[in-house]
Write a protein that binds this ligand. Sequence first.
Ligand code: XUL
Ligand code: CO
Length: 436
Amino acid sequence: MAAFPEISRIPFEGPGSDNPLAFRWYDENEVVEGRTMKEHLRFSVVYWHTMRGTGSDPFGWGTAVRPWDDGSESLENAIRRVRVAFEFMEKLGAPYYAFHDRDVAPEGATLAESNRNLDKIAEVLAEEQQRTGIKLLWGTANLFSNPRFMHGAATSCNADVFAYAAGQVKHALETTQRLGGENYVFWGGREGYQCLYNTDMKREIDHLGRFLQMAVEHADRIGFRGTFLIEPKPKEPTKHQYDSDAAACINFLRAYGLTERFKLNIETNHATLAGHSMMHELDYAGFQGMLGSIDANTGDLLLGWDTDQFPTDLYLTAQTMLVILKHGGLGSGGVNFDAKVRRESFEPIDLFHAHIGGMDAFARGLKIAAAIRRDGKLAGFVKDRYASWDSGIGAKIEHGSESFESLSKYALELGEVRTNRSGRQEMLENLINTYL
Ligand code: XUL
Ligand code: CO
């Protein structure tokens, strides 16, 4: 029984189309900068919001109508959901998906039972991947919903919880490998603190470092070759999350010797919660060779929390793609829609509208970014702005041959600096508008 019998494969109809169930910009075969849109964007659907989101919020129950889901935690229901997920992704034309262990399979009474449940569902996932050609972008473990993780998982004050989490991640990693997952993600759901009076921060962060080292050791043992990704987020659910932003994560990874195997999964709404723009986080990770993947969504400026909305703002997608292209693309990562429909958008068809909009916004963002790069005016301006570093004293400083002694002599001869030029911010903002 099809869940979406009235929908066939979402077609590309071009910008002139007024069909809300067609792509106007995302033509998976269109070539941009030498690669198809499909290859650049590597769109991925998330299982947790799309298949498990109910629309509940702290003030009310779920609103989502999902006729295929009986609301139970049975394996039959979980299997039905897998079939629907793949029908949805196939009709949408999304090449990838991502899941947490506990979204796809019910939690059992013991870790052993949970592992068995995941194994059964993984069989069905493998079968559907085989049938459709849809691939696993990444897997992860939910180390934050169950009450046992109230104090965190790898950073819990309770060593038994750390051990349990290790056992859970071992199985999630093996399942990801079994399904050909190209990455494995760590989002530290409760890895942080609410109160420093009761927290030994150094010990907790050391434990997190050791936990991730063990993940790498286990990956080596089983031959998992995918990229490990950390997903920065500054707060929510805890008041301070240890993986607070790209800079904090990279510092942490360096301190624990993990930079060879880890990159970052940058999420838009997390960047803005950290007080940064998506561009900032992407560029910061990118120039250190640590940009792995993105969780594509957006927040709402008037709401201060992680609203996980679908991205439709063309400035945002153009800026995002500009930085991604600058750093040579996402490699084994992708554009993963960690986004959920609003609780007022409760019908199944809204899942299509949301994803089509996000995919079109990214396709258009990609084209805008490519046009900005082709034109070269923006890059040319930036290059010129730093021209004083390309020769003369600037080049010597960059090569490391100058000292305070020599620069003091240079500055004394200079007398005063008379070479500053305008940053032309407004002119550049106007320039960007010409590509939209
Ligand atoms: C939470 C979040 C997670 C991760 C995966 O804010 O973004 O869904 O992407 O655990
Ligand atoms: Co995310």
